[in-house]
Design a protein around this ligand. Structure first.
Ligand SMILES: [Ca+2]
Length: 149
């Protein structure tokens, strides 16, 4: 930067020069994929939820099962995702201390338009009827929630 002239007529000149020629201009741009963007391109839905309870010698246990279908609705491949399942009194994830961890699973990289089905199974001592099954990502976003029958 060069500063010239009198106090009332300052001129700033900045210039950038390079002796290197750019033989490949196609690699001058890059695409940044943020985690939020990839999540925005994924939809997840819980289906085939079932809850079967039976009494065994006076102790009731309930088998909770459900599927989670993760669909990449974006036009680009999305990164692998780690999904945790929780039992919750409501449709909101309030942390591992409040909501009950049931299990977790991973979705590998999903190409555009592809889907992946995860299964969750848990045996519970307390009947989960009326509670919610939550599918939660690593950023604690609820991808899907479903009232348990
Ligand atoms: Ca909750």
């Amino acid at each position: 930067m060069v500063v010239t002239g009198s106090e009332l007529a300052l001129t700033n000149v900045a210039s950038v020069t390079t002796a290197v020629s750019d033989s490949n201009a196609t690699n001058d741009t890059f695409t940044l994929v943020t985690r939020a963007a990839t999540e925005g391109g994924v939809t997840a839905a819980i289906s085939k939820e079932s809850n079967k309870c039976k009494d065994k010698k006076g102790i009731e246990t309930c088998k909770l099962k459900a599927n989670l279908e993760v669909v990449n609705t974006s036009g680009i491949e999305v990164l692998a995702m780690h999904i945790r399942f929780f039992l919750s009194d409501n449709a909101t994830f309030e942390g591992e201390e409040t909501d009950t961890f049931l299990g977790d699973d991973n979705v590998k990289k999903l190409k555009a338009g592809k889907s992946k089905r995860l299964k969750v199974k848990a045996t519970l001592i307390d009947n989960p009827t009326g509670k919610f099954l939550l599918a939660v990502d690593d950023n604690d976003n609820v991808l899907a929630s479903q009232l348990i029958p």
